[in-house]
Ligand binder design. Sequence first.
Ligand SMILES: *Cc1c(COP(=O)(O)O)cnc(C)c1O
Length: 229
Amino acid sequence: MSIAAQYAEVSSEVRDECELVGRAVSEVTLVAVSKTVGLAGVEQAIAAGATDFGENRPDQLVAKAEAFPQVRWHFIGNIQSRQIPKIVQHAHLIHSLFEERHAAKIGEAAAALGKVQEVLLEVNVSGEQSKSGVDPASLPALVEFVGALPQVRIRGLMTMAPQGDRDAAQRAFAGLRRLADEIRSGMDAVQAASFDQLSMGMSEDWRIGIEEGATIVRIGRAIFSDDFA
Ligand SMILES: *Cc1c(COP(=O)(O)O)cnc(C)c1O
């Protein structure tokens, strides 16, 4: 199938899943993770209706966002300090913030550009060694630090589930939602009102994400790869 056809199919499956679990389709944003394709692949997905794309490498984010400024670009990758200004220049939403020093730099870069950068805090809910993210016990302190930065707005949380284990994915996503509820209940009304996003679910486990309350699913292979079953 073509990328356009695969995008259309995933998009309609996301709609079906929302209906199945009784959620409004408008609550869930499908982010097409285009990290494995070039500009032509992005163009095909846009032609099929894609509005949001995710990249995990700053250079790719810049190149693709400059080529296609009409769609929203999400940064979902590892953050390195010296790359922060260009990430902030192009990212609609940064999903992968979990270090205070990076938050401070994001605030500085956003101030220089006269913008408020929206971010999600990445949480290592499953506790796997290989996963990045703040551990749940340290999340409240991180929320407090980032929440005090005037040029940074915390929109919610993000996690990656263990792959190949549906039960573990379900636990991780349910855990992220509980953490978000706890954090929100400790926020003032203004902060709580915009703390409404849960980015959880990829090609293998996005249905579980939607069942557990995801508002953003990040799907790569199911859209852009020929051989994702
Ligand atoms: C690559 C990537 C995805 C997409 O993964 P697929 O399994 O290809 O759908 C989602 N989130 C992050 C952070 C990624 O790096």
